[in-house]
Ligand binder design. Structure first.
Ligand code: 6PG
Length: 476
C-alpha cells in the first residue's frame, strides 16, 4: 500500500513528526540519509502505526500516493537545498514538498518560486513545540499555495495541538508566509525569555530569595494573566537542583546564552521593514552581550561588579510590581511582533490574518499563553487594530501596570541591574504616546549638516534653512 505522506530527515524532530502522523492513522513513508536511523525508528516505534521505510530516495518517493507530500526535516540552509535537489527530479506535477525546519523566509520564497517552475508545490512550514510538541501536537504554520493546503490541511490539523477543540494549525499565506511568522514567533520567544530572566534577576536581587523561592513565585504567577508554557518551565528550571553539586541548577550553568539564529533574522527583517521591535532586539542583543566573555571580564576589571541593594519595604508589593512590569513588557513585545507580521504581510502580499495566528499560537508552541485568547479577541473585535497595546483589554492592563513598571525600572537602574527589555519596552510605550518627540531636533540636525530638509507642523511642503548663510528658510 502507498503511504499518504513522507518524512525525510529522521533526527528527533523528523522522527517525532513521523510518529505523530502514524499515531494519527496515516501511513507514513520514512527516509533518512543514513538508513540506520530509519531502521531504528521502525524497530522502536513500528508498533505505533504504519511506517513504510525506504533506504533510497527513489524508493521513498515511489512509496507515496499522489499527489505526493514529502516533509523535509533537515538542517536549514545547504542541507535543505541538497535534499530538494535530490527530490525534485523524482517528483511529478502537483506533488508537494514541505520544509518543516526553521528556514529563513527568503530561502523559502526562492525555493517556492523554483519549484513552481517544475509544477511542484513548495510549502515552508513553521512547526513549534520542540520535541514533545512534534510528537504530541505542535503548532503548525504552513505557507505555500492554497491548493497545497487542501491536501495537507486535514493531516496537519489532525496532528496539531488542539485548544477548546480548535486545531493549532491554519494556512498562513502564500510562499514564505509560514516561515516568516515562525521566525517572528521565535523572536517573541526570545523577548518572552529575556523578560522572564530580568524578572528573576530583580526578584533575586530585591528579595535576596533563593532560586527555589523564586520558582514558587513563578508557580503562583502561572495561575493568573501570565499563565504560559515559558512561565511554567521557568518554575521547573529554577526549582531544579544540580545532581553533582547540590547547588541550584541555575547557579552552575554558564551565563552565556546561545542562539541558532531565528531571533537575529527577526531583528534583521524588522530593520528592513522599519518596524521597531525593540523588545525582541534587546533580547537578541542581551544574548550577544552575555556571550562576549572577554569584554565582560575587561569591564568587570575596569568598573567592579558592585551593585546597590534594592530597598524592598513591602515584599508582596515588590513581587506584584515585577509581575506587572513583566506583563506590560510582554504586551509590548507581542504588540511589536504582530506589527512586524503586519508589515511583512503588506510587503510580500501575504494577507496574514493576525487573529487566526493568535488562535493557533494558543497551544502547541513555545510561546503558548493564556493571553493569546485576548489577542485573538482583540483582532476579532477590530481586525485593523493600530497596535495591540491600544485594544481595550491590553490598554487597561498597561495602564494598571504603569506605576509598577516605572518603579521596577527605576529600582533596577539605581541598583545597577541590567533590564534592557523591561526598560526599552517602557521607553517604547512612552515614545508612542508622547505628544512631541525630539525627532524634530534630529530633523533639524540633518538639515543643518546635510541639507536633508524637513517638514513643518503648520503647513505642507518640504523645507531647508540656509544654515551657513542668511538662515532663511526655502522651499526645498
Ligand atoms: C520552537 C522553538 C524552536 C527553536 C528553539 C531554539 O518553536 O519549537 O522556537 O524552533 O529551535 O527555540 O532556538 P534558539 O537556539 O535560537 O534559542
Amino acid at each position: 500500500d502507498l503511504a499518504q505522506i513522507g518524512v525525510t530527515g529522521l533526527a528527533v524532530m523528523g522522527r517525532n513528526l513521523a510518529r505523530n502522523l502514524a499515531r494519527n492513522g496515516y501511513a507514513v513513508a520514512v527516509h533518512n540519509r543514513s538508513p540506520e536511523r530509519t531502521r531504528r525508528l521502525v524497530d522502536e516505534f513500528g508498533h505505533e502505526g504504519t511506517f513504510v521505510a525506504s533506504e533510497s530516495m527513489a524508493d521513498f518517493v515511489a512509496s507515496l500516493a499522489r499527489p505526493r507530500a514529502v516533509i523535509i526535516m533537515v538542517k536549514a540552509g545547504g542541507p535543505t537545498d541538497a535534499v530538494i535537489d535530490e527530490l525534485v527530479p523524482l517528483l511529478e506535477e502537483g506533488d508537494i514538498v514541505i520544509d518543516a525546519g526553521n528556514a529563513h523566509f527568503a530561502d523559502t520564497r526562492r525555493r517556492e518560486q523554483a519549484l513552481r517552475g517544475h509544477g511542484l508545490h513548495f510549502v515552508g512550514t513553521g512547526v513549534s513545540g520542540g520535541e514533545e510538541g512534534a510528537l504530541l501536537g505542535p503548532s503548525i504554520m504552513p505557507g505555500g499555495s492554497p491548493e497545497s493546503y487542501r491536501t495537507l490541511g486535514p493531516m496537519f490539523e489532525k496532528i496539531s495541538a488542539k485548544v477548546d477543540g480548535t486545531p493549532c494549525c491554519t494556512h498562513i499565506g502564500p510562499d514564505g508566509a509560514g516561515h516568516f511568522v515562525k521566525m517572528v514567533h521565535n523572536g517573541i520567544e526570545y523577548a518572552d525569555m529575556q523578560l522572564i530572566a530580568e524578572a528573576y534577576d530583580l526578584l533575586r536581587a530585591g528579595l535576596g530569595a533563593t532560586p527555589a523561592e523564586i520558582a514558587d513565585i513563578f508557580r503562583t504567577w502561572n495561575t493568573g494573566d501570565l499563565e504560559s508554557f515559558l512561565i511554567e518551565i521557568t518554575a521547573d528550571v529554577l526549582g531544579h537542583v544540580d545532581n553533582e553539586t547540590g547547588k541550584a541548577f541555575v547557579d552552575i550553568v554558564l551565563d552565556q546564552a546561545e542562539q541558532k539564529g531565528t531571533g537575529r533574522w527577526t531583528v534583521q527583517s524588522a530593520l528592513d521593514l522599519g518596524v521597531p521591535i525593540t523588545g525582541i532586539a534587546e533580547a537578541t542583543f542581551a544574548r550577544s552581550l552575555s556571550g562576549h566573555a572577554d569584554q565582560r571580564e575587561a569591564a568587570r576589571a575596569a568598573f567592579g561588579t558592585d551593585r546597590a541593594a534594592i530597598e524592598v519595604t513591602d515584599r508582596d508589593q515588590f513581587v506584584e510590581d515585577v509581575r506587572r512590569a513583566l506583563y506590560a513588557s510582554k504586551i509590548v513585545a507581542y504588540a511589536q511582533g504582530f506589527d512586524h507580521i503586519e508589515a511583512g504581510s503588506a510587503e510580500f502580499g501575504w494577507d496574514i490574518d493576525r487573529g487566526s495566528l493568535a488562535t493557533i499560537w494558543r497551544g502547541g508552541c513555545i510561546i503558548r499563553a493564556r493571553f493569546l485568547n485576548r489577542i485573538r479577541e482583540a483582532y476579532d473585535e477590530n481586525p485593523g487594530l493600530k497596535s495591540l497595546m491600544v485594544a481595550p483589554y491590553f490598554a487597561a492592563a498597561i495602564n494598571d501596570g504603569v506605576p509598577s513598571w516605572r518603579r521596577v525600572v527605576m529600582a533596577a537602574a539605581e541598583a545597577g541591574i541590567p533590564t534592557p527589555a523591561f526598560s526599552s519596552s517602557l521607553s517604547y510605550f512612552d515614545g508612542l504616546r508622547a505628544e512631541r518627540l525630539p525627532a524634530s531636533l534630529i530633523q533639524g540636525l540633518r538639515d543643518n549638516f546635510g541639507a536633508h530638509t524637513y517638514r513643518r507642523t503648520d503647513r505642507d511642503g518640504t523645507f531647508h534653512v540656509e544654515w551657513a548663510g542668511d538662515k532663511k528658510e526655502h522651499t526645498a
